[in-house]
Write a protein that binds this ligand. Sequence first.
Ligand SMILES: [Zn+2]
Length: 357
Amino acid sequence: MNAADHLLPPLTGLDRERYSRQMLFAPIGEEGQAKLLQARIAIVGMGALGTVLANHMARAGIGFIRIIDRDFVERSNLQRQMLYDEEDAASSSPKAEAGAARLRAANSGIIIEPVVADLNATNAEELLTDVDLILDGTDNFAVRFLINDVSVKHGIPWIYGGAVSSRGVSLTIVPGETPCLRCLFGQPPGQGTAETCDTAGVLGPLIHVVASHQATEALKLLVGARAALTPKMMHWDIWYNQHAGIDVSQARKADCPCCGQLSFDYLEASVEEDTIQSLCGRNSVQVQPSRPQRLSLADWEARLAPLGRIERNPFLLKLHLDDKGMTLVLFPDGRLIVQGTDDPVAAKSLYSRYIGM
Ligand SMILES: [Zn+2]
């Protein structure tokens, strides 16, 4: 025990009861539990991996959990995204808000902070640098390379996780000690070259294998049990019964652009332009304005009502353009998802025409 540990607030009687089975595990104990209750983490993405991660972290008593997700719940999520139900899908609840409600119901003694936003170079440092650990629940490599930049620049560990089809991967990255994502992968695979859950599917149980491994590594890091961390990149194929750990402890590269040369290309990417991104396999395109807006969805409902059927909840507005076979989903920060097209040009033109910022 070092000097700082004596400053940890004592556990309450309710804490002792709630976390008793976790505290009986000797490597965590009462001291570890007190550390968990003081810990702050961010989870990027509240899809399949994110919901399992958040569930584990909230129940384990991590004191502050920020959950970041840009999407709303859809029926096709329910097979594996464990915090959501049919009502969330019917009401198009944002995943961060719906997830926060479930997590608060499971543990009212911790702070859950939902953020409905697309993590990008403009907001990544604001959202990810006041925490002790970042957990990856995303489904795309561009965001992972951005997380990796924040992690190395600010010395904050992160835990990569991925799951597609029946195959999963997990890797714990501690800046200055382990290789970073760029040491191992160089750069993200090109757009459309990687399999995704939307094109190759995914088995629900696989999510729990990967996220539970990430969550266990997170507990080790947060109680300070660095020696217990795995030095391996873990791989699983749960359908074809394969399981491997590749030792990457010697894979740190002195000339790595990120952790070797401290060049944070993804964080410093130019974000002057509006970002238009085809959401792979979902027949949807997202338009993210270069500067966040503050829209009144009620005003926008009045403005767009003549154009088609409108649905609105506190977090988003949907305009159904039935004649075009498209739906526009508008968020208060000015972000628009155009459902019913893969064509970025068509999406941008709809954005200019109807939203026009
Ligand atoms: Zn590196």
